[in-house]
Design a protein around this ligand. Structure first.
Ligand code: NAD
Length: 469
């Protein structure tokens, strides 16, 4: 296979190459993993938990090597540490929950007196996972962990834009005896993602809407279910009675953490007219205080634009907005430092829904602010989108906030904060509209996505003639 070149987001240089997993190798892997999955499942959930906890311990032990690779992939450090911590704590949390969630339960009587009903949860033998570049480690593992604990074997195809972490993570998995037989990462581009769908019994995809549609089509052709977690254009509505400074800080965090390269990022703000100017000024002041980490990776809050293609999208949205009359309150440029590209924290005012920045996913540290007069107008503007991932409402009057939240077409709504869905574990949420399809990735229901329910129906009155009923 030809080598795939990988650009470094901090230098713009190609400084990493990898060989894509070939078609024959993928077939060989999938066949072997299907065979190993039987023992993985039959060994029971307690054994699977023990092995997954060994994986968490091995990640902790080899943290440095994983950290360095992931940090080179993404050009930032703070979020890199958070990713590793999140994966370790996710394994530990799922290991606490899985035994109870997977328990078959006692057989029970039914409304037909001679039938007793039992239940078996049967995992999909092989789960295929395709993940994006923006939070590479977490999104490669977020579905793999519950799938493995459910008893499925898992092949992950991470993004070719951030592949450096794949090798150290593969080594860490290989160090846990027996785990690599049911858990593999395969490096490659979209063509390998497509090929994986042909081998899997269930596919989990995280990425753009455009690719998600191709994945859904391929899954349909193979007649396998797919779970899609796609893009968003998350709105935030701010009413006039809200605490301006607090809301501005939360909006800046929600829109600019990870340099805005988060699916649950706040992408547009609607401010009630009396506070429109003050809120815009407060968000801009907060945004101005954020520093790029261009000179020193350990300083500053805003990392580079990880994907070269994304910088064209951000730039086109900013150009389109200013050409149509938007005002740049702060930022507004993509700057180059030593070959890497950084988007300045940007706040725009005088925006409207004719602008791409209000309708298409920007995926950068860009917050456009628009005024609204009535709650109904704010709700209509927020829902005027193909997306429905999450949203936020800021209001001192929590009843009013709740009434607005209920009318928003999105799977997770934060009240008086933003981005809470990324740290929520108990709640369940689904993606609305074009932001996705399938069950909840969050909460206990998440593990059910990897299981099929089998009913075991026992006739307890053997003397009864089957022809009788
Ligand atoms: P992308 O769709 O370009 O790529 C995602 C993955 O799909 C990559 O691994 C890629 O190699 C693979 N791929 C590409 N073409 C394919 C094909 N035809 N068949 C199968 N696989 C294929 O997305 P991206 O640019 O890597 O990620 C950014 C997007 O992901 C944004 O839209 C963001 O909102 C979204 N995202 C969503 C969530 C969520 O939970 N909803 C989380 C993170 C990112």
């Amino acid at each position: 296979m030809p080598l795939i070149n990988v650009r470094n987001p901090r230098t713009g240089r190609i400084d990493y190459r990898f060989e894509q997993t070939g078609a024959e190798e993928l077939t060989r892997l999938a066949t072997g993993m299907r065979a190993a999955q039987v023992e993985w499942h039959d060994g029971g959930v307690e054994l699977r938990c023990r092995m997954m906890l060994r994986l968490a311990a091995a990640i902790s032990e080899r943290r440095d090597v994983l950290f360095n690779a992931l940090s080179a992939d993404t050009g930032r450090v703070r979020e890199t540490g958070m990713e590793i911590d999140a994966v370790i704590s996710s394994i530990e949390r799922w290991c606490r929950l899985a035994p109870e969630l997977l328990a078959p339960g006692e057989p029970k009587s039914t409304d037909i007196p001679f039938i007793e009903l039992g239940r078996q949860l049967a995992p999909y033998p092989l789960t295929g996972i395709i993940s994006p570049w923006n939070i590479p480690l977490v999104l490669a593992c977020i579905d793999a962990i519950p799938a493995l604990l459910a008893g499925s074997a898992v092949i992950v195809k991470p993004s070719e834009i951030t592949p450096r972490f794949v090798e150290p993570l593969t080594d860490i998995v290989a160090g846990v005896s027996g785990l690599a037989e049911v858990f593999r990462l395969v490096p490659g581009d979209g063509s390998l993602g497509q090929a994986l769908i042909d081998h899997a019994d269930l596919v989990c995809f995280t990425g753009s809407v455009a690719t998600g549609k191709q994945v859904a089509l391929a899954a349909a052709q193979n007649f396998i279910p797919c779970q899609l977690e796609l893009g968003g254009k998350d709105p935030a509505i701010v009413t006039a009675d809200t605490d301006i400074q607090r809301s501005a800080a939360a909006l800046c965090w929600g829109g600019m953490v990870n340099a805005g390269q988060s699916c649950l990022s706040v992408e547009r703000v609607y401010a009630e007219t009396p506070v429109y100017h003050d809120l815009t000024a407060a968000i801009a002041a907060k945004a101005r205080s954020l520093k790029l980490n261009a000179d020193d990776i350990n300083e500053g809050e805003i990392g580079p634009v990880i994907s070269e293609n994304q910088h064209h999208i951000i730039e086109s949205h900013l150009q389109d907005a200013t050409a149509k009359g938007a005002t740049i309150e702060c930022g507004g440029r993509i700057v180059e430092h030593n070959g890497g590209l950084w988007c300045e924290p940007t706040v725009l005012s005088n925006v409207n829904h004719d602008m791409l920045v209000m309708t298409e996913e920007t995926f950068g540290p860009v917050l456009p602010v628009m005024a609204f007069s009535t709650d109904q107008e704010a709700i209509s503007l927020a829902n005027d989108t193909i997306y429905g991932l999450s949203a936020a409402v800021f209001a001192n009057d929590v009843q009013r906030a709740g009434a607005i939240a209920e009318k928003l077409d999105a799977g997770g709504i934060c009240i008086n904060d933003a981005g809470l869905t990324s740290i929520m574990h108990e709640g369940e949420k689904q993606a609305f509209k074009s932001s996705g399809m399938g069950g909840s990735r969050m909460g206990p229901a998440s593990i059910r996505r990897f299981l099929r329910t089998k009913a075991l129906l026992e006739n307890t009155q053997l003397c009864r003639d089957p022809w009788w009923y």
